[in-house]
Design a protein around this ligand. Structure first.
Ligand code: A3S
Length: 441
């Protein structure tokens, strides 16, 4: 389906002569002001789901222009593969009904099947001329109707359709955590290893990358991969670290909860199969995490595939981004955001107050690395800016060494999970405390 939008201060038209045998609409004239004219060509293969998607776009454009009228103008000239008149007319009526359900202004439709003369005064601002095309997507439907129709009828929540669940804040945060760089890969490596170990995954299978992994469209892709995968206890992987999902016969909800309980608390259960979302899975449930800005992130699919209970967890990168997202939700309520210490790329930051303490800081860092802890010495800039830098990276443990601590072979420690408490302890006690705090729960 192709449309041409014209924002006109005025349009008038009148039928001149019949363009097809027995046009379905009678001859007539029309005149409208401050109108969004939608020249519409219905193309071969268009179906109701295309119409529902177009209706959403038309209304949002009409609202953006704050016009007081939408004029549907049947127009057979925007495509070289136009639908035959009977199909075109039926779908234009469906479009008119779909718009009537969501548009409160004047809604008009020019007569179908006629040659018409018309006068238009296009306003000429940057959004006053736009063209769009709408294509059929996989026939994903919900409760037996297209997703757009389910949305328009209020049986499906808008945020579940969102394909981009991540807010600007989250994208800024994931850049700060360098999600595609070394820091991010460390976090994904830790998560992937924990998933493989806890779910006892015994094989890794390469699959093609799903087109979309978020929202209901993404769920439909992941569910298809889940149902096609030969057996459970498998890690399906399609790219870099974290581009993978676990297929197991062990329900991963408790694993997800142990990583961060909000990843399960902040989810919506969507029924799959016959009276839910048709995803190629006969029956099941999907847990979709509701992102801070209202998008949908499928995290778990519970399914019955070929008679076997089967669970799909992931993609791992979605889990990591949802982790950061739930941290931002905590920050919204004044709670210090955290990540599981065992995933933190920097687990301990050591801050020598002056250059005189750098040497002792290095000695402590070496001892921590010796027991497998990821540590970084922050020595550049003022102490305040370095404490802020450690906070911006959600570092679980920060140790400060001034001249007093250096002389008494101690360190002043602040645990992120208890920001009010600051404790001076011996280096050996500190190393024991760090090992305990950073152990994988
Ligand atoms: O093609 C003759 C007239 O019949 C209608 N029509 C279509 N409209 C949209 N999509 C299709 N696939 C159509 N097939 C037929 C139109 O009303 C068309 N008339 N000359 C203009 C009227 O200004 C016109 O396209």
């Amino acid at each position: 389906m192709r449309v041409l939008y014209i924002h006109a201060s005025r349009i008038s038209y009148k039928t001149v002569e019949e363009a097809i045998e027995n046009p379905p609409d009678p001859p007539g004239t029309g005149e409208y002001s401050n109108c969004l004219i939608v020249f519409t060509t219905i193309e071969e293969g268009d179906d109701d789901s295309v119409i529902w998607r177009a209706s959403g776009d038309i209304v949002s454009h009409a609202n953006r222009l704050s016009v007081n009228c939408i004029l549907l103008y049947p127009y057979a000239h925007l495509s070289s593969s136009i639908a035959k008149p009977s199909d075109a007319y039926r779908l234009l009526r469906v479009l008119e009904e779909a718009l009537r359900g969501v548009w409160s202004g004047v809604l008009a439709r020019a007569p179908f099947g006629w040659y018409k003369s018309f006068d238009i005064s296009c306003i000429g601002h940057p959004l006053s001329e736009l063209s769009r095309e709408f294509r059929r997507e996989e026939t994903v439907s919900y409760m037996g109707v297209s997703l757009e129709e389910a949305l328009a009828k209020g049986i499906l929540e808008e945020w579940l359709l969102s394909r981009n669940p991540w807010s600007k804040d989250l994208l800024d945060l994931s850049r700060r955590f360098d999600i595609d760089g070394l820091m991010g890969r460390t976090m994904l490596w830790e998560l992937e290893n924990k998933v493989i170990k806890e779910l006892n995954l015994t094989r890794i299978v390469r699959v093609e990358k799903p087109k979309i992994v978020y929202g209901l469209w993404g769920l439909s892709n992941l569910a298809r991969l889940c149902s096609e995968s030969e057996s459970s206890q498998t890690l399906l992987t399609w790219g870099y670290m974290g581009d993978s999902m676990a297929i197991s016969n062990v329900n991963p909800a408790s694993l997800l909860e142990s990583i961060n309980k909000r990843l399960v608390e902040d989810t919506v259960r969507v029924k799959l199969g016959v009276d839910g979302l048709n995803t190629g899975i006969p029956e099941g449930i999907a847990l979709i995490y509701k992102a801070r800005n209202g998008g949908g992130v499928p995290l778990i699919i519970e399914a019955r595939v070929r008679g076997e209970e089967r669970y799909c967890l992931g993609p791992i990168k979605s889990i990591l981004l949802a982790l950061l997202d739930s941290g931002l939700k905590d920050a919204d309520t004044g709670v210090t955001p955290q990540i599981p210490p065992w995933t933190a790329p920097i687990q301990v930051a050591i801050l020598p107050v002056t250059s005189r303490e750098v040497e002792v800081a290095s000695r402590i860092a070496k001892k921590l690395e010796g027991v497998g802890i990821r540590v970084k010495i922050l020595a550049e800039g003022s102490l305040g800016s370095r404490i802020r830098e450690a906070g911006m990276l959600w570092v679980p443990i920060v140790g400060v060494i001034g001249s007093r601590e250096a002389e008494s072979n101690t360190i002043s420690v602040r645990m992120r999970k208890d920001p009010g408490r600051q404790e001076v302890m011996s280096i050996d006690d500190f190393i024991e405390e760090a090992r305990r705090a950073l152990a994988m729960q």
